[in-house]
Ligand binder design. Structure first.
Ligand SMILES: Cc1cn([C@@H]2O[C@H](COP(=O)(O)OP(=O)(O)OP(=O)(O)O)[C@@H](O)[C@H]2O)c(=O)[nH]c1=O
Length: 709
């Protein structure tokens, strides 16, 4: 038996287990692996509804746990580990993910759900091969998952409570430990027992074999659509010396993608695993010159192909207000939903099933009901409702996007094709009818409200006494700002057609006096006086020429100490990584003369008007990047960074980009309320549209306003 060669490959490496789980430590040390334990600080708070399948959540969490440790160890100038292993175990029953119970009642809730039924235990594992080049962390990520089916016997309440009082459930996914007392609850186990305990050792070894002995991989026939790993055995491996490359198998340079999210070059090695080199250029399906087997399903491409179906299912369910119905009356059978909303039973049932499979609904024997996320974000009246934006996406963006091909060919917007009329001005399109205007305002309100806390707290703005939110629409950001900064007065400046319709969106029971609304056209009219000018999702609507007009107007009214806060998505300078922003740029192509821009491009625009020393920070929100520029030399912001900097790199002489993970970024003001969660609703978003990826915060300039201003 040649077991040693597989783990032997790790003998000379500094291996770190990014896990506090004593079970994982035991499983790995039992087979002679030598490793350090550095528990991850990554908070297991990924939005579950953004994953189409439970195992994807486990894999992503495992990856984030490992990335956090690798980055932390690298940043702290400790010796960078060679290999970091992260894992996450979850229990999945009826499409729901169960993690560790928070208290006894929660344990009871979990065990009751498992009682008498079969469930799946998924463990996601991430193996990071790391190296430090020029003090830059480069990594190759391999991840996979293992599924084991477990069935519980029918258990009495008394037994469940007795088990809960034993204390065993509390630190275990699903609230039980199969390796101890919990074993008595289990009728059968199908699959890897150790996977249930917390670490799929067999699959792990096969994965190592695949990584360190690539030759054997090519001999393997992959099975379609099952959970077999890509190397079916590792027992015949010879004990050859490992290659002297930094990463196993491939001598490619890999660059840290600061968020750790997949960028280019994903190489799919089996149905339930993948290897990704961050920032490298090996084309899909071709590594070491060997074509990937045609029998392997390119699952992420397939997911992208289907992405529009998921989007449309969400749009239609929202349009039919199914989430509203289910919030009031759920659980409901398909036939009752169909009767309520006036649709066919067969069509409604399929739509509901699709929504349940996408994690938007829960399906039980009683019928369909909303998930927590659906209640919060998809009902039309919730505080954080995205309903307005979803309807806007369906009614406005969808027709525009169907003309993307023409937009790409012609390089211009497609309003005339989508809606049969040519608009001279972007907003004339929206405001030509009351209905479209209300819909657009509701959409902007959804996004602004959802992201307002992050925009407001990205910097310490407490030194400003007055702010003017240019194009501030319904005042969602303004109201958040005055809550966070009680001494701030905010003027919302927008077109008269908008200002006339803002009353519907005003928060009830909130002190609204510090927010006032002034109507005008910021290209033509005088701007209200303010210490801070805010441009949130404004600049991307316009071409450079118009931005210059606007910035020069702002610059003209700026006094010493004034500043601009900009909130936009920002492209990475090479324009290849931030899919959310890149797709948003296509979105601008089909409907505006504007575009998304990179940090450098914004910097260049701003510098022309005396705004320099730009700082950009990725914050981890749906919205975008946030920039603050001071126009005159002023005391630097002394806000202490409590945040965990994942990567901080100087992009140019005059601005810095800082990358944070949302869960680690802590602004003192964020404590006022739980940070606004990010809701990637489309199934394909997680490929590259990670919520932890695309938000950059820029901060400060401190040069004198140039004489030309
Ligand atoms: C189903 C089951 C789970 N577990 C333990 O449940 C924890 C899952 O939580 P996690 O978040 O994956 O890991 P953790 O313990 O929080 O550690 P960390 O990796 O630091 O997040 C792990 O411990 C597992 O062993 C058992 O011990 N026996 C079982 O039958």
């Amino acid at each position: 038996m040649a077991l040693n060669p597989v783990l032997g490959k790790l003998v000379s490496k500094r291996v770190v287990l990014a896990s506090a789980s004593p079970r994982r430590q035991e499983i790995l040390s039992n087979v002679g692996l030598r490793f350090e334990v550095v528990p991850s600080w990554f908070k297991e708070t990924l939005e579950k509804s953004s994953f189409t399948a439970p195992y994807e959540y486990a894999v992503e969490t495992a990856k984030q746990k490992a990335l956090e440790v690798a980055n932390r160890m690298h940043v702290k100038h400790q010796r960078t580990p060679d290999v970091v292993i992260g894992a996450d175990t979850i229990v999945s029953v009826d499409g729901q993910i169960l993690e560790k119970p928070v208290d006894k009642q929660d344990a009871y809730r979990m065990l009751s759900r498992l009682n008498g039924k079969e469930h799946s235990v998924f463990t996601g594992v991430a193996i990071l091969h790391c190296c430090s080049k020029d003090n830059h962390l480069e990594m190759e990520i391999t991840d996979f998952y293992e599924e084991t089916k477990v069935k519980f016997s029918e258990l009495s309440e008394e037994l469940l409570w007795e088990y809960i009082h034993s204390g065993e459930p509390m630190d275990k996914a699903g609230g039980y430990g199969i390796q101890a007392l919990g074993g008595m609850l289990v009728e059968y186990v199908h699959g890897d027992f150790l996977n249930v305990v917390g670490f799929p050792l067999n699959h792990f070894c096969k994965k190592l074999a695949e990584l360190y002995y690539p030759a054997s991989k090519q001999n393997v026939q992959h099975k379609k659509c099952d959970s077999m790993p890509s190397v079916d055995t590792f027992k015949n491996l010879s004990d050859g010396k490992s290659e002297s490359s930094d990463f196993p198998e491939h001598k490619v340079s890999s660059k840290l993608d600061s968020s750790g999210m997949c960028s280019s070059g994903a190489v799919y090695t089996s149905e339930n695993s993948s290897t990704v080199r961050l920032g490298f250029t090996v084309p899909l399906g071709n590594q070491n010159g060997v074509s990937q087997s045609a029998s392997k399903l390119p699952s992420k491409i397939l997911e992208l192909m289907d992405g529009f179906r998921a989007s449309k299912a969400l749009f239609v369910a929202s349009k039919l207000k199914i989430f509203d119905h289910l919030k009031d009356k759920g659980p409901m059978k398909a036939v009752d939903v169909a009767n309520d909303v006036g649709t066919s039973v067969c069509g409604t049932e399929r739509l509901l099933d699709a929504c349940a499979s996408l994690g938007l609904l829960e399906k039980t024997s009683q019928g369909y009901s909303n998930t927590d996320s659906a209640n919060t974000y998809l009902t039309s009246d919730g505080k954080y409702s995205l309903h307005g934006y979803i309807i806007h996406s369906n009614d406005h963006l969808w027709p525009l996007f169907t003309n993307l091909e023409s937009a790409v060919k012609e390089g211009s917007r497609q309003n005339h094709r989508a809606f049969g009329k040519k608009a001279d001005d972007l907003f004339k399109d929206y405001y030509h009818s009351q209905e479209v205007k209300q819909r657009f305002m509701a959409a902007m309100h959804s996004i602004a409200h959802l992201t307002a806390r992050d925009v407001a707290t990205a910097f310490d703005l407490s030194k400003f006494k007055s702010a003017c939110d240019l194009g501030g629409c319904t005042g969602a950001l303004a109201h958040e700002l005055v809550q966070v900064y009680p001494n701030l007065k905010v003027t919302v400046f927008d077109l008269p057609e908008v200002i006339a319709n803002t009353s519907y969106f005003q928060p009830s029971g909130q002190h609204t006096a510090p927010v006032t609304f002034v109507s005008g056209d910021f290209f033509k009219d005088n701007l209200p006086e303010a210490d801070l000018y805010i441009l949130s999702r404004v600049l991307h609507d316009w071409p450079d020429e118009k931005i210059h007009v606007l910035l020069s107007k702002i610059s003209a009214v700026c006094r010493p100490g004034c500043a601009i806060l900009v909130a936009e998505m920002v492209l990475d300078d090479e324009k290849k990584n931030r899919s959310t922003a890149l797709l948003q740029s296509l979105n601008m192509l089909v409907q505006t003369e504007g575009k998304e821009r990179s940090g450098c491009e914004y910097q260049a625009l701003l510098e022309k008007h005396g705004f320099t020393n730009v700082k950009i920070r990725i914050t981890g929100n749906l919205l975008d990047w946030i920039a603050e520029y001071e126009i005159r030399r002023k005391k630097r912001c002394r806000k202490k960074k409590k945040s965990m900097v994942i990567e901080k790199k100087r992009i140019s002489q005059s601005y810095e980009e800082e990358v944070f993970t949302a869960s680690n970024f802590e602004c003192p003001y964020k404590k006022l309320e739980p940070p606004c969660p990010v809701v990637p609703l489309l199934s394909h978003r997680k490929l590259q549209l990670s919520p932890f990826y695309s938000i950059v915060l820029a901060q400060f300039s401190d040069i004198q306003k140039s004489p030309m201003m």
